[in-house]
Design a protein around this ligand. Sequence first.
Ligand code: NAP
Length: 290
Amino acid sequence: MLWGDDYMPCVQGKTNVVCIIGDPIRHSLSPIIQNAAFTADHLDYIYVPFAVTPENLAQAVSGLKALGVCGFNVTIPHKTTIIPFLDRLDESAEYAGAVNTVKLCGNLLIGYNTDGDGLVDSLQTDLNFSPGTEPVLVVGAGGAARGAIAALCRAGATNIHISNRTIEKANAIKQDMNIRYPGTHIDATTLNQVNKELLSTISLLLNTTSLGMHGERIDYINLAHMPEHAKVYDMVYSCAATPLVKESSAVGLQSVNGLGMLVAQGERAFEIWTGQKPSEGVMRRALNHL
Ligand code: NAP
Protein backbone atom coordinates (compact mmCIF):
# COMPACT_ATOMS: atom_id res chain seq x y z
CA MET A 1 0.00 0.00 0.00
CA LEU A 2 1.44 3.38 -0.96
CA TRP A 3 0.73 6.52 1.02
CA GLY A 4 -0.43 9.64 -0.79
CA ASP A 5 0.79 13.19 -0.15
CA ASP A 6 -2.04 13.73 2.32
CA TYR A 7 -0.99 10.55 4.21
CA MET A 8 -4.09 8.64 3.14
CA PRO A 9 -3.53 5.03 2.12
CA CYS A 10 -3.40 4.76 -1.65
CA VAL A 11 -4.49 1.34 -2.90
CA GLN A 12 -3.81 0.94 -6.61
CA GLY A 13 -4.70 -1.62 -9.24
CA LYS A 14 -1.33 -3.29 -8.79
CA THR A 15 -1.35 -3.32 -4.96
CA ASN A 16 -0.49 -6.76 -3.51
CA VAL A 17 -3.16 -8.07 -1.15
CA VAL A 18 -2.33 -10.14 1.95
CA CYS A 19 -4.93 -11.11 4.56
CA ILE A 20 -5.67 -13.10 7.70
CA ILE A 21 -8.49 -15.62 8.11
CA GLY A 22 -9.84 -16.80 11.47
CA ASP A 23 -12.86 -16.85 13.73
CA PRO A 24 -12.99 -14.63 15.74
CA ILE A 25 -10.72 -12.12 13.98
CA ARG A 26 -11.60 -8.71 15.42
CA HIS A 27 -8.96 -9.01 18.18
CA SER A 28 -6.12 -9.69 15.72
CA LEU A 29 -3.12 -7.36 15.89
CA SER A 30 -1.58 -8.75 12.68
CA PRO A 31 -3.14 -6.08 10.38
CA ILE A 32 -1.51 -3.39 12.53
CA ILE A 33 2.01 -4.84 12.52
CA GLN A 34 1.99 -5.94 8.86
CA ASN A 35 0.59 -2.66 7.48
CA ALA A 36 3.07 -0.70 9.62
CA ALA A 37 5.95 -2.71 8.11
CA PHE A 38 4.67 -2.44 4.50
CA THR A 39 4.37 1.32 4.95
CA ALA A 40 7.76 1.76 6.62
CA ASP A 41 9.45 -0.20 3.82
CA HIS A 42 7.47 1.58 1.04
CA LEU A 43 6.10 -1.72 -0.26
CA ASP A 44 2.91 -1.71 -2.31
CA TYR A 45 1.07 -4.23 -0.12
CA ILE A 46 -2.10 -4.09 2.00
CA TYR A 47 -3.15 -6.53 4.77
CA VAL A 48 -6.82 -7.06 5.63
CA PRO A 49 -8.76 -9.26 8.12
CA PHE A 50 -11.51 -11.73 7.14
CA ALA A 51 -13.76 -13.58 9.59
CA VAL A 52 -14.07 -17.12 8.20
CA THR A 53 -16.08 -19.77 10.04
CA PRO A 54 -15.05 -23.47 9.91
CA GLU A 55 -17.91 -24.34 7.54
CA ASN A 56 -16.74 -21.67 5.08
CA LEU A 57 -13.01 -22.53 5.21
CA ALA A 58 -12.83 -24.56 1.97
CA GLN A 59 -14.72 -21.91 -0.01
CA ALA A 60 -12.66 -19.10 1.50
CA VAL A 61 -9.34 -20.76 0.62
CA SER A 62 -10.34 -21.50 -2.97
CA GLY A 63 -11.70 -17.94 -3.23
CA LEU A 64 -8.40 -16.44 -2.05
CA LYS A 65 -6.57 -18.57 -4.63
CA ALA A 66 -8.97 -17.47 -7.37
CA LEU A 67 -8.55 -13.83 -6.34
CA GLY A 68 -4.78 -14.20 -6.60
CA VAL A 69 -3.87 -12.82 -3.19
CA CYS A 70 -0.16 -12.76 -2.50
CA GLY A 71 -0.63 -14.82 0.66
CA PHE A 72 -2.40 -14.96 4.00
CA ASN A 73 -2.14 -15.75 7.69
CA VAL A 74 -4.27 -18.43 9.32
CA THR A 75 -5.39 -18.24 12.94
CA ILE A 76 -7.74 -19.98 15.40
CA PRO A 77 -9.48 -22.34 14.62
CA HIS A 78 -8.07 -23.18 11.17
CA LYS A 79 -4.35 -23.86 11.71
CA THR A 80 -4.64 -27.63 11.28
CA THR A 81 -7.91 -27.97 9.36
CA ILE A 82 -6.57 -25.84 6.50
CA ILE A 83 -3.90 -28.40 5.57
CA PRO A 84 -6.05 -30.52 3.18
CA PHE A 85 -6.87 -27.37 1.18
CA LEU A 86 -3.22 -26.48 0.50
CA ASP A 87 -1.06 -27.80 -2.36
CA ARG A 88 2.22 -28.14 -0.53
CA LEU A 89 3.71 -27.75 2.95
CA ASP A 90 7.06 -26.27 3.84
CA GLU A 91 9.07 -28.38 6.32
CA SER A 92 8.18 -25.96 9.15
CA ALA A 93 4.45 -26.69 8.69
CA GLU A 94 4.81 -30.36 7.83
CA TYR A 95 6.72 -31.12 11.02
CA ALA A 96 4.46 -28.95 13.16
CA GLY A 97 1.27 -30.31 11.58
CA ALA A 98 -0.06 -26.74 11.65
CA VAL A 99 -0.01 -23.76 9.28
CA ASN A 100 -0.12 -20.05 10.15
CA THR A 101 1.22 -18.57 6.90
CA VAL A 102 0.34 -19.33 3.28
CA LYS A 103 1.98 -18.03 0.11
CA LEU A 104 0.44 -18.28 -3.35
CA CYS A 105 3.22 -19.30 -5.74
CA GLY A 106 1.85 -19.40 -9.29
CA ASN A 107 -1.20 -21.60 -8.86
CA LEU A 108 0.09 -23.37 -5.74
CA LEU A 109 -0.81 -22.58 -2.14
CA ILE A 110 2.19 -23.34 0.07
CA GLY A 111 1.75 -23.59 3.85
CA TYR A 112 4.38 -22.51 6.38
CA ASN A 113 4.56 -22.37 10.16
CA THR A 114 6.30 -19.25 11.45
CA ASP A 115 4.78 -19.49 14.97
CA GLY A 116 7.31 -22.01 16.21
CA ASP A 117 10.44 -20.29 14.93
CA GLY A 118 8.94 -16.96 16.02
CA LEU A 119 8.64 -18.34 19.54
CA VAL A 120 12.28 -19.47 19.52
CA ASP A 121 13.32 -15.98 18.29
CA SER A 122 11.29 -14.37 21.09
CA LEU A 123 12.64 -16.73 23.79
CA GLN A 124 16.11 -15.54 22.86
CA THR A 125 15.25 -11.84 22.52
CA ASP A 126 12.85 -11.46 25.42
CA LEU A 127 14.02 -14.08 27.96
CA ASN A 128 17.60 -14.74 26.86
CA PHE A 129 16.69 -18.44 26.71
CA SER A 130 18.22 -20.77 24.11
CA PRO A 131 16.79 -24.30 23.79
CA GLY A 132 19.32 -26.94 24.88
CA THR A 133 19.60 -29.43 27.71
CA GLU A 134 17.49 -27.41 30.16
CA PRO A 135 14.06 -29.09 30.66
CA VAL A 136 11.02 -27.34 29.15
CA LEU A 137 7.43 -27.81 30.33
CA VAL A 138 4.92 -27.12 27.54
CA VAL A 139 1.39 -26.61 28.87
CA GLY A 140 -1.20 -27.33 26.15
CA ALA A 141 -1.23 -29.50 23.04
CA GLY A 142 -3.14 -27.53 20.41
CA GLY A 143 -1.92 -26.07 17.12
CA ALA A 144 0.36 -23.51 18.77
CA ALA A 145 1.96 -26.21 20.93
CA ARG A 146 2.75 -28.36 17.89
CA GLY A 147 4.52 -25.53 16.09
CA ALA A 148 6.37 -24.57 19.28
CA ILE A 149 7.51 -28.08 20.14
CA ALA A 150 8.73 -28.81 16.59
CA ALA A 151 10.71 -25.54 16.57
CA LEU A 152 12.13 -26.19 20.07
CA CYS A 153 13.29 -29.64 18.89
CA ARG A 154 14.86 -28.14 15.75
CA ALA A 155 16.56 -25.48 17.88
CA GLY A 156 18.20 -28.14 20.08
CA ALA A 157 15.88 -28.77 23.07
CA THR A 158 16.71 -32.23 24.42
CA ASN A 159 14.09 -32.61 27.17
CA ILE A 160 10.44 -31.56 26.79
CA HIS A 161 7.46 -32.43 29.00
CA ILE A 162 3.98 -31.80 27.52
CA SER A 163 0.98 -31.44 29.84
CA ASN A 164 -2.51 -31.06 28.48
CA ARG A 165 -6.07 -31.37 29.77
CA THR A 166 -6.74 -33.93 27.00
CA ILE A 167 -3.97 -36.52 27.26
CA GLU A 168 -4.66 -37.99 23.78
CA LYS A 169 -3.53 -34.74 22.13
CA ALA A 170 -0.34 -34.60 24.20
CA ASN A 171 0.42 -38.23 23.37
CA ALA A 172 -0.19 -37.62 19.65
CA ILE A 173 2.35 -34.76 19.62
CA LYS A 174 4.82 -36.89 21.59
CA GLN A 175 4.52 -39.73 19.05
CA ASP A 176 4.87 -37.46 16.01
CA MET A 177 7.88 -35.61 17.44
CA ASN A 178 9.59 -38.84 18.57
CA ILE A 179 9.63 -39.95 14.93
CA ARG A 180 10.76 -36.59 13.54
CA TYR A 181 13.16 -35.51 16.27
CA PRO A 182 14.62 -38.63 17.91
CA GLY A 183 17.28 -36.49 19.64
CA THR A 184 14.66 -34.93 21.94
CA HIS A 185 13.24 -36.86 24.89
CA ILE A 186 9.50 -36.07 25.23
CA ASP A 187 7.12 -37.02 28.07
CA ALA A 188 3.37 -36.41 28.13
CA THR A 189 0.93 -36.19 31.05
CA THR A 190 -2.39 -34.62 31.91
CA LEU A 191 -2.41 -31.19 33.53
CA ASN A 192 -3.48 -32.59 36.90
CA GLN A 193 -0.33 -34.74 37.00
CA VAL A 194 1.97 -31.72 37.06
CA ASN A 195 3.40 -31.99 40.58
CA LYS A 196 6.08 -30.40 42.74
CA GLU A 197 8.66 -33.00 41.72
CA LEU A 198 8.25 -32.23 38.02
CA LEU A 199 8.07 -28.43 38.46
CA SER A 200 11.25 -28.38 40.54
CA THR A 201 13.23 -29.66 37.51
CA ILE A 202 11.87 -27.20 34.92
CA SER A 203 13.91 -24.32 33.45
CA LEU A 204 11.25 -22.94 31.11
CA LEU A 205 7.46 -23.13 31.43
CA LEU A 206 5.67 -22.35 28.18
CA ASN A 207 1.92 -21.73 28.21
CA THR A 208 0.46 -22.62 24.81
CA THR A 209 -3.16 -22.91 26.01
CA SER A 210 -5.75 -20.20 25.51
CA LEU A 211 -6.08 -19.94 29.31
CA GLY A 212 -5.45 -16.34 30.33
CA MET A 213 -7.06 -14.73 27.29
CA HIS A 214 -10.06 -13.88 29.46
CA GLY A 215 -8.31 -13.73 32.81
CA GLU A 216 -8.39 -17.47 33.59
CA ARG A 217 -5.53 -18.99 35.58
CA ILE A 218 -4.04 -22.42 34.86
CA ASP A 219 -5.03 -24.97 37.50
CA TYR A 220 -2.50 -27.45 38.92
CA ILE A 221 0.58 -25.30 38.14
CA ASN A 222 2.14 -23.91 41.32
CA LEU A 223 4.96 -21.69 40.10
CA ALA A 224 6.42 -21.50 43.61
CA HIS A 225 7.68 -25.06 43.07
CA MET A 226 9.88 -24.03 40.13
CA PRO A 227 13.58 -23.25 40.61
CA GLU A 228 14.61 -19.60 41.08
CA HIS A 229 16.40 -19.50 37.73
CA ALA A 230 13.33 -20.80 35.82
CA LYS A 231 11.64 -18.59 33.22
CA VAL A 232 8.00 -18.40 32.14
CA TYR A 233 6.73 -17.66 28.63
CA ASP A 234 3.00 -17.04 28.12
CA MET A 235 1.91 -17.18 24.46
CA VAL A 236 -1.23 -15.26 25.45
CA TYR A 237 -0.89 -11.55 24.68
CA SER A 238 -4.37 -10.18 25.33
CA CYS A 239 -2.93 -7.93 28.05
CA ALA A 240 0.59 -6.99 29.18
CA ALA A 241 0.27 -8.70 32.55
CA THR A 242 -1.56 -11.95 31.86
CA PRO A 243 -2.58 -13.99 34.93
CA LEU A 244 0.47 -16.23 34.39
CA VAL A 245 2.83 -13.25 34.09
CA LYS A 246 1.36 -11.79 37.30
CA GLU A 247 1.75 -15.10 39.16
CA SER A 248 5.34 -15.40 37.92
CA SER A 249 6.21 -11.92 39.17
CA ALA A 250 4.62 -12.74 42.54
CA VAL A 251 7.06 -15.64 43.05
CA GLY A 252 10.04 -13.80 41.54
CA LEU A 253 10.27 -15.65 38.21
CA GLN A 254 11.22 -13.82 35.01
CA SER A 255 8.32 -13.94 32.55
CA VAL A 256 6.91 -12.36 29.39
CA ASN A 257 3.65 -12.45 27.46
CA GLY A 258 3.38 -13.54 23.80
CA LEU A 259 3.73 -10.16 22.07
CA GLY A 260 7.36 -10.87 21.15
CA MET A 261 6.30 -14.10 19.48
CA LEU A 262 3.51 -12.30 17.61
CA VAL A 263 6.07 -9.85 16.25
CA ALA A 264 8.65 -12.53 15.39
CA GLN A 265 6.16 -14.80 13.59
CA GLY A 266 4.90 -11.73 11.71
CA GLU A 267 8.42 -10.73 10.67
CA ARG A 268 9.02 -14.22 9.27
CA ALA A 269 5.66 -14.22 7.41
CA PHE A 270 6.45 -10.78 5.94
CA GLU A 271 9.72 -12.16 4.58
CA ILE A 272 7.94 -15.17 3.03
CA TRP A 273 5.50 -12.89 1.16
CA THR A 274 7.84 -10.06 0.15
CA GLY A 275 11.25 -11.78 -0.05
CA GLN A 276 12.78 -9.22 2.32
CA LYS A 277 13.03 -8.72 6.07
CA PRO A 278 10.94 -5.88 7.54
CA SER A 279 12.81 -2.89 8.96
CA GLU A 280 14.01 -3.81 12.43
CA GLY A 281 11.67 -2.88 15.27
CA VAL A 282 8.84 -1.50 13.12
CA MET A 283 6.30 -4.14 14.08
CA ARG A 284 7.12 -3.92 17.79
CA ARG A 285 6.90 -0.11 17.74
CA ALA A 286 3.50 -0.32 16.02
CA LEU A 287 2.23 -2.33 19.00
CA ASN A 288 3.74 0.13 21.49
CA HIS A 289 1.55 2.85 19.98
CA LEU A 290 -1.70 1.00 20.74
P1 NAP B 1 -5.99 -24.55 20.07
O1 NAP B 1 -5.43 -25.40 19.00
O2 NAP B 1 -7.47 -24.35 20.15
O3 NAP B 1 -5.49 -25.20 21.48
C1 NAP B 1 -5.98 -24.72 22.71
C2 NAP B 1 -5.23 -25.37 23.88
O4 NAP B 1 -5.73 -24.79 25.10
C3 NAP B 1 -5.44 -26.89 24.02
O5 NAP B 1 -4.27 -27.47 24.54
C4 NAP B 1 -6.60 -26.95 25.02
O6 NAP B 1 -6.65 -28.16 25.77
C5 NAP B 1 -6.21 -25.83 25.96
N1 NAP B 1 -7.35 -25.35 26.71
C6 NAP B 1 -8.36 -24.57 26.26
N2 NAP B 1 -9.25 -24.37 27.27
C7 NAP B 1 -8.77 -25.02 28.35
C8 NAP B 1 -9.24 -25.18 29.70
N3 NAP B 1 -10.38 -24.60 30.12
N4 NAP B 1 -8.50 -25.92 30.56
C9 NAP B 1 -7.36 -26.49 30.16
N5 NAP B 1 -6.86 -26.38 28.89
C10 NAP B 1 -7.57 -25.65 28.01
O7 NAP B 1 -5.38 -23.07 20.06
P2 NAP B 1 -3.92 -22.64 19.58
O8 NAP B 1 -3.95 -22.22 18.17
O9 NAP B 1 -2.97 -23.70 20.00
O10 NAP B 1 -3.70 -21.29 20.44
C11 NAP B 1 -3.52 -21.37 21.84
C12 NAP B 1 -3.12 -20.01 22.41
O11 NAP B 1 -1.86 -19.60 21.88
C13 NAP B 1 -4.11 -18.87 22.11
O12 NAP B 1 -4.23 -18.07 23.28
C14 NAP B 1 -3.42 -18.08 21.02
O13 NAP B 1 -3.80 -16.71 21.02
C15 NAP B 1 -1.98 -18.24 21.45
N6 NAP B 1 -1.05 -18.02 20.34
C16 NAP B 1 -0.20 -16.96 20.43
C17 NAP B 1 0.68 -16.72 19.41
C18 NAP B 1 1.60 -15.55 19.53
O14 NAP B 1 2.11 -15.09 18.50
N7 NAP B 1 1.87 -15.08 20.74
C19 NAP B 1 0.72 -17.54 18.27
C20 NAP B 1 -0.15 -18.63 18.23
C21 NAP B 1 -1.03 -18.86 19.27
P3 NAP B 1 -7.49 -29.43 25.18
O15 NAP B 1 -6.61 -30.07 24.14
O16 NAP B 1 -7.73 -30.26 26.37
O17 NAP B 1 -8.76 -28.87 24.59
